[in-house]
Design a protein around this ligand. Structure first.
Ligand code: GRG
Length: 279
């Protein structure tokens, strides 16, 4: 499978849906709506939406059934990046080669744009009914709320901000699991939920998503993003050992989804891409 082509094709699908869901930039309050769109278009790699589509495909359903989850996770991801860039967090002036949202629109508008994107994610999921059965939609909403909440994404960020130089590998991986992997797992599992996966497959995909998510973050640190060097396995163990750990997580993740057979091939390829990528 050509992973770049998969990301590109699925990226177009999710871009069209994001375009439909987000208010036009000129709609009042125009400053807010333009700020909400600033980091959504153009987007990044759209890895999380692709994982949602592939999760759905892995359980034998048509990938586009996962569209509401694909849009929702990208909205949460974008909100988290906007807030992460704020002066009170990482204080970054540039992301994806463009000014960050607070540089372009001011700090208050950036904060509120992030809030509105997070809220929009749940609006999108709730609207997946009646096309999808209510119990699947509710379960996907619950998964995403938990993955974005104080025990996962936000809690991981809090611990990341506070982490000291004495943090060991398991403390670092715990932060990766909450801050990065929970949302990645919610993408895979949410896609599979909308595809009608049975409980045993959802459990497998949850473990798969968490392992791939931690490995994704290790790779991100190895790519030398402007990450907090204090919370990096590459800093603690050195790049070779960190790379080995990412590969071991990938190998275990691939074992997790063996029972799903050939329909999970796109998921496997995306996992390899996430861990071995150069961007
Ligand atoms: C919730 C208050 C609050 C802040 C957000 C969790 C968090 C705090 C921010 C996340 C920011 C961050 C750098 C997380 C690490 C995850 C990660 C590797 C992000 C980059 O993801 P890519 O590579 O980005 O998918 P693109 O640009 O391709 O979308």
């Amino acid at each position: 499978m050509d992973v770049e082509a998969y990301l590109n094709d699925r990226g177009q699908l999710v871009d069209a849906a994001l375009e439909k869901w987000l208010p036009p930039a000129g709609e009042p309050p125009a400053q807010l709506h333009a700020a909400m769109r600033h980091l959504v278009f153009p987007g990044g790699k759209r890895v999380r939406p692709a994982l949602a589509f592939a999760g759905c495909e892995a359980v034998g359903s048509a990938p586009d059934r996962a569209l509401p989850v694909a849009v929702a996770v990208e909205l949460v991801h974008t909100y988290s990046l906007i807030h992460d860039d704020l002066p009170c967090m990482d204080d970054d002036v540039e992301r994806r080669g463009r000014p960050t949202v607070h540089v372009a629109y001011g700090e208050a508008t950036a904060l509120l744009a992030g809030d509105a994107l997070l809220t929009a994610a749940f609006e999108v999921l709730a609207a997946a009914r009646p096309e999808h059965p209510a119990e699947r939609v509710l379960a996907a909403i619950s998964d995403l709320a938990q993955a974005s909440g104080s025990r996962q994404l936000v809690g991981g960020q809090v611990d990341d901000l506070a982490v000291g130089s004495d943090a060991d590998a398991s403390a670092i991986e715990s932060i990766h699991r909450r801050k990065t992997a929970a949302l990645i797992a919610a993408a895979v599992v949410g896609g599979a939920r909308l595809g009608g996966a049975p409980a045993r497959d959802l459990e497998r995909l949850q473990v798969f998503g968490e392992r791939v998510g931690v490995a994704f973050q290790i790779t991100d640190d190895l790519l030398d993003r402007e990450e907090d060097a204090g919370c990096s396995l590459a800093t603690l163990l050195g790049p070779e050992a960190a790379r080995d750990r990412a590969e071991a997580l990938l190998s275990d993740a691939l074992t997790d989804v063996e029972p799903l057979g050939a329909p999970a091939d796109p998921l496997r390829e995306l996992a390899r891409f996430a861990v071995r990528r150069r961007r």
